[in-house]
Design a protein around this ligand. Structure first.
Ligand code: ZN
Ligand code: ZN
Ligand code: ZN
Length: 368
C-alpha cells in the first residue's frame, strides 16, 4: 500500500517538475508511510528525492517510535547538537524545486529557505492533494467504518437515548463525544450542538445555553478512527432533531433541505463537476426561496483530514472520479429563528454515488 503511494508521489513529482518533497507534521506523512510526526520544535521531516531515496530525518529520541521500513525510507536520526535544517538542506542535493507539506511549521520553512535560497518552494498539496483525494478500496472501507460508527451515535440521538431538554449544549456535545469513542473512534474532532436560534450559526460553539422544548437541535459531529496499519480516517455527519412539536415553518424548511441534500447526493456521479454537484443542491434551496439562507459550500473532501480535496463549491470545475469521498451538507439558516443542516459522506463510484451514512434523514421529533 505505502510502496504504491510512494510510486504515485514519484509520478506526480515528475509531472509537476518537483525535485524533492518535504513532509513534516500533518496528514501527508502518515498517509504516505504510516508514521505521524510529533508536533514539536524538534524537526521531523521525510525527504523524498525525485527518482531516488526517501529519508526520514528524525530526532534521536523519537527514532525508537519509528517502525523501520527499509523498503520505503531510511532513518537519519539527529542528535541534540546537530542542525536538522542543515541535514535536510544537504539531503535536498541539487534540487531547485521543493514541495513542502502545507502544515509544516513556518519556522522550518523560513529556516530551510535561508539554508537553500536557490530552491523554489511549493505546497506539497499541489503534488499529494490530488492523490490523497482519490481513495483506494481500503480507504473507502475505513471511511465506511467511521461513518457507520457515527451513524450509530446519530441513531442514539434520534432514538431519544441522549437527553436534550434541560441540558446545556456543552453537556450534550460532551455526551456525543463520549459515544463516538465508545463506538470505536480513537479521537473526537468536533461535536457541534446548536439549539434554537443558535442553529442559525453554522459553526456554532456549544456552550451554556440550556436546550428547551419546541426547538431544533442541530448536531454535527465527527472523529477519527484508526486503521490497523495506517493513519486514521474521519467521520463527519449532521442530523437535526426537534424537541417538539415541530411547527409548519420548520417542517417546510426541512422538507426543502431534505430534497436539496438528496439532489446533491444523486448528482455526485463520476464525471460531474464539483460545482455541478453544489448547484444541484443549491438550486433546490434557491427555488424554494431560501437561497440567501444557504451561505456556505455544499461540501468538502474527507479522508485522513476532516476537510481536504475535493471541495464541492461553485468555481471548482474539477470533475469527480471514482474514489472521491466528500460531504454533501446543505443548510438553511434563518437568523434569530432556527437553522437546519443535513450531512452525509458520499463516495463517487463506478456504480453511482455511494452514501456512507444511512441513518434516518428525517427531522426526528424526540422526547428527550
Ligand atoms: Zn465545517
Ligand atoms: Zn459536519
Ligand atoms: Zn462536513
Amino acid at each position: 500500500m505505502f510502496g504504491e503511494r510512494l510510486d504515485r508521489v514519484q509520478g506526480a513529482m515528475a509531472a509537476a517538475g518537483v525535485d524533492v518533497v518535504l513532509l513534516s507534521v500533518g496528514p501527508d506523512l502518515p498517509w504516505l508511510v504510516g508514521y505521524e510526526a510529533m508536533p514539536l520544535e524538534r524537526l521531523t521531516m521525510l525527504v523524498v528525492e525525485r527518482g531516488g531515496a526517501a529519508t526520514l530525518v528524525v530526532p534521536r529520541l523519537e527514532a525508537p517510535r519509528v517502525v523501520e521500513r527499509g523498503d520505503l525510507f531510511t532513518i537519519r536520526p539527529w542528535d541534540e547538537t546537530d542542525d536538522p535544517i542543515a541535514i535536510v538542506g544537504e539531503l535536498m542535493g541539487r534540487a531547485t524545486s521543493a514541495a513542502i507539506g502545507d502544515r509544516t511549521w513556518a519556522r522550518f520553512l523560513v529556516d530551510l529557505h535561508r539554508q537553500r535560497p536557490d530552491v523554489v518552494f511549493h505546497r506539497a498539496s499541489e503534488v499529494v492533494g490530488p492523490l490523497r483525494a482519490v481513495k483506494d478500496d481500503a480507504e473507502v472501507a475505513a471511511l465506511r467504518a467511521a461513518a457507520e460508527a457515527a451513524d450509530r451515535v446519530a441513531a442514539q440521538l434520534q432514538g431519544g437515548e441522549i437527553p436534550l431538554v434541560g441540558r446545556t449544549e456543552a453537556a450534550v456535545s460532551a455526551d456525543i463525544g463520549r459515544r463516538l469513542l465508545a463506538e470505536g473512534h480513537h479521537r473526537v474532532n468536533f461535536a457541534i450542538v446548536a439549539s434554537g436560534p443558535n442553529a442559525a450559526s453554522p459553526h456554532h460553539e456549544p456552550a451554556d445555553r440550556v436546550i428547551g422544548e419546541g426547538e431544533v437541535v442541530l448536531c454535527d459531529f465527527g472523529g477519527t478512527m484508526l486503521t490497523p496499519d495506517g493513519p486514521g480516517y474521519c467521520s463527519d455527519i449532521t442530523r437535526c432533531v426537534h424537541t417538539g412539536p415541530i411547527t409548519p415553518e420548520v417542517a417546510e424548511a426541512y422538507e426543502v433541505l431534505h430534497r436539496a441534500q438528496a439532489a446533491g447526493v444523486q448528482a455526485a456521479t463520476v464525471g460531474t463537476s464539483c460545482e455541478g454537484v453544489d448547484a444541484a443542491a443549491r438550486d433546490v434551496i434557491a427555488a424554494a426561496g431560501f437561497g440567501p439562507a444557504f451561505m456556505h459550500r455544499t461540501g468538502h473532501g474527507i479522508g485522513v483530514e476532516e476537510h481536504e480535496d475535493p471541495y464541492i463549491v461553485s468555481g471548482n470545475g474539477d470533475v469527480l472520479v471514482a474514489g472521491h469521498a466528500f460531504s454533501i451538507e446543505p443548510g438553511i439558516y434563518l437568523e434569530g429563528r432556527f437553522g437546519l443542516r443535513l450531512e452525509d459522506i458520499v463516495v463517487a463510484s463506478a456504480d453511482g454515488p455511494d452514501p456512507l451514512n444511512r441513518v434516518d434523514h428525517g427531522l426526528v421529533e424526540v422526547s428527550a
